[in-house]
Design a protein around this ligand. Sequence first.
Ligand SMILES: Cc1cc2nc3c(=O)[nH]c(=O)nc-3n(C[C@H](O)[C@H](O)[C@H](O)COP(=O)(O)O)c2cc1C
Length: 211
Amino acid sequence: MDYKDLRKEYLKHRLDPASLHADPMIQFKLWFDEALQAKVDEPNAMVCASVSAEGKPSSRYVLLKELKEDQFIFFTNYHSRKGIELFETKFCSLVFYWRELERQIRIEGIAEKCSAAYSDEYFNSRPHGSKLSSIVSPQSSKIESKEYLESELKRISGMDASEIKRPEHWGGIGIRANYIEFWQGRQDRFHDRVCYTKTESGAWEISLLAP
Ligand SMILES: Cc1cc2nc3c(=O)[nH]c(=O)nc-3n(C[C@H](O)[C@H](O)[C@H](O)COP(=O)(O)O)c2cc1C
């Protein structure tokens, strides 16, 4: 297989800047609704890139769980690599790609820890097994084998549901957006791109970008 032969034309939609909402968070919700209608698989999966104190980037998928004001919120282990990097340097970029719609959304912003009360509320709504996994897993740490974690899981699985509390090092992180770009794939790679940049006054400025 020659990877160079892999070639797809983007023909499904166009992005008319005049049709866009002045608030990119509302525009995001409109596109998200269209992704749901188009039955995009896991439309809330987004690549989350962080950067270490030395300036080394790393990225991984996480799941968007809520939009709040200008924040994109996901949940994770604060001691994980991403947790450490996001709290150390604060800079984050997120990317969604919805292939069924040939759409990409890029977000840049600043990471903020969610309140304990907010994280408790979400943690308590999670399925029992997910709660247990987040309690026993020292996410991103090197481990000798999974057996020890499995035995820990077994040990706490007998606990009464009321005893299971959110670990302090697990909770929500909100990425407060200051840049959001909507990308619509078009024929011959002549894509449509519109970005919103937050100005010092807090207003959003809209610009077109070359494909
Ligand atoms: C589709 C998808 C969704 C994921 N969602 C999350 C999530 O919401 N939170 C999380 O901590 N890890 C999530 N993961 C696992 C992360 O990609 C990653 O493996 C883990 O968080 C450790 O990353 P780190 O070592 O860079 O901190 C998800 C993975 C995939 C493939």
